[in-house]
Design a protein around this ligand. Structure first.
Ligand code: UDP
Ligand code: MG
Length: 321
């Protein structure tokens, strides 16, 4: 693994944020200047079509805050952009935040202090969220749902402002739009998670990249994550349960088939068919269970399978030293 030469890496995904790049850099620099830390800023341009990349390249060089810039060839989405930044980051601690200045860099020292209390992950909570109600309300419902389904009750899963121990976040598979489920995915590694109230501001420049389609995506992701989590915790339990139920149904069906012989001495078609159906379902679930067990064993350590899925979408074009 790469040497962790910084105390802190601040990782920011940027998609069409040209007017935010410079103010963001200045704001982060102003905060980090006050901290006795060696820090770097990692900017990931997620295939912006505006001037974001050029503006990032034109940022002033400051030895106190080196900036690494990576550009994805096309728009891959916020999670992939974050994952790319995290892979490049060389800090012992990683802070992720949005690039639109809705998160406030002045919260970084508080997140770090909380982390130092002995947590592996500190999650921001935008208590007073400064977005339109049509976004805040679905997000409230989603957070409840996510907490309920994943068993990790975090109040604000969508808040990008988080601080992690690098060793932890590197073990969490991040793909598709999974950045909203980082605490849930992190729970696989049994970390100590803390929540911290953070500031939130209205967007000043540019516009939000998400619309109502986000609701649908979150619901789908929730289904995926539920499957991953339950497989990770108890891989074959679900399939074994299914096999058990099918078998339990097949036995009475078989009994009825043999018992209810028709007048010409042949078993009833209906009960025989049901016996066959339930029996094959039981066999199928069992076979699948063994398969899942085998696959899972091969990948259990750090969910390499999912990591590779994520990497396939990583497409760095240019990276500054
Ligand atoms: N973002 C990104 N790729 C995308 C969409 C968003 O890198 O495909 C970045 C965006 O530039 C911003 C952050 O992710 O820095 C959050 O996006 P946005 O502000 O649009 O989300 P919202 O605040 O509306 O939830
Ligand atoms: Mg935003």
């Amino acid at each position: 693994m790469r040497a962790e030469v910084f105390d802190l890496s601040v990782v920011v995904p940027l998609y069409d944020e040209e007017d935010n790049v410079r103010p963001l850099f200045e704001a982060v620099r102003a905060v980090l200047r006050e901290l006795p830390l060696r820090a770097e800023l990692v900017l990931v341009d997620d295939g912006s079509r505006d001037d974001t990349f050029a503006r990032a390249r034109a940022l002033p060089r400051d030895p106190a805050l080196p900036v690494r810039i990576v550009r994805l060839r096309r728009n891959c989405g916020q999670t992939v952009a974050m994952a790319t930044g995290i892979r490049l980051a060389r800090g012992r601690v990683i802070v992720t935040m949005d690039g639109d200045l809705q998160n406030d860099p002045r919260d970084i020292p508080r997140l770090l202090a909380k982390l130092e209390e002995g947590y592996d992950l500190v999650v921001g909570w935008r208590r007073r969220r400064r977005d339109h109600w049509s976004r805040v309300l679905p997000s409230r419902v989603a957070n409840r749902l996510i907490g309920w389904v994943t068993g990790v009750p975090i109040r604000d899963n969508g808040c990008s402002l988080k601080a992690y121990r690098a060793a932890l976040i590197r073990r969490i598979p991040l793909y598709a739009e999974m950045h909203r489920f980082i605490p849930a995915m992190a729970s696989l590694a049994a970390p100590r998670i803390a929540e911290l109230e953070v500031r939130h501001h209205p967007r000043r420049f540019g516009r939000s990249k998400y619309g109502f389609s986000r609701i649908y995506k979150v619901l789908l992701d929730l289904l995926t994550i539920r499957t991953i989590l339950s497989f990770a915790r108890r891989p074959v339990a679900w399939l074994a349960g299914l096999a058990g139920v099918a078998l339990a149904a097949a036995l009475p069906f078989a009994f009825l088939a043999l018992n209810g012989l028709t007048s010409d001495g042949r078993p009833s078609v209906v009960w025989s068919a049901l016996t066959l159906l339930a029996g094959s379902l039981a066999l199928f679930a069992l076979a699948l269970g063994f398969l899942v067990q085998t696959v899972h064993r091969g990948h259990a350590r750090d969910f390499d399978l999912y990591r590779r899925l994520a990497c396939r979408r990583l497409d760095p074009l240019e990276a500054s030293p």
